[in-house]
Design a protein around this ligand. Structure first.
Ligand code: FE
Length: 168
């Protein structure tokens, strides 16, 4: 059945599928970030992106913990959404000429990544509580908070500095 590797018959199946989706997504994000960081020129942006990269490693480890807590082996499930977001990020990073404009484009691209994470971790946190897996839910809530903080920091960096320079 199309996108899914197996039929989803219960909330538990659906939960596992989305966990596998974000696990795949995190692996892809981890592979894409170095290339995006390399393109950044604003020093604060570079520093922020490196923090995001370090956090992503911890967030990936948290996902592996989540798999363990529900008695499953860490496994990814193809996520066309993150593939698309990352393709767009790579494309735009390769197409924007002026470095200051490129910095603004990179922020927008990394915010799109953060927004996907916010959507998925928010859902997983809510579902985990709903199916009585509060300990797993806590792991997702922690990452959700970090992703929201990342989004806010990038937005602030954009509006206070990068966008201003890009428009000058
Ligand atoms: Fe997905």
């Amino acid at each position: 059945m199309g996108l899914f590797s197996k039929d989803i018959k219960s909330m538990g199946d659906l939960f596992l599928h989305v966990l596998q989706d974000i696990y795949y997504a995190e692996l892809q994000i981890g592979q894409a970030l170095p290339g995006l960081i390399e393109k950044a020129t604003n020093r604060e942006l570079t520093a922020e992106l490196k923090i995001i990269e370090t956090e992503a490693t911890r967030q990936g480890a948290r996902l592996e913990q989540a798999f363990e807590l529900i008695g499953e082996k860490p496994k990814g499930a193809a996520c066309p959404a993150i593939d698309g977001i990352l393709k767009e990020a790579r494309d735009i990073a390769g197409e924007v000429g002026p470095p200051k404009v490129l910095d603004a484009a990179l922020i927008a691209a990394v915010q799109a990544i953060a927004h996907y994470k916010i959507a998925r971790y928010g859902t997983l946190a809510a579902w985990a509580d709903g199916i009585g897996k509060a300990a797993v839910g806590k792991l997702f809530s922690t990452t959700l908070k970090e992703a929201k903080a990342t989004d806010r920091k990038l937005a602030s960096l954009a509006t206070k500095k990068v966008n201003v320079k890009a428009a000058a």
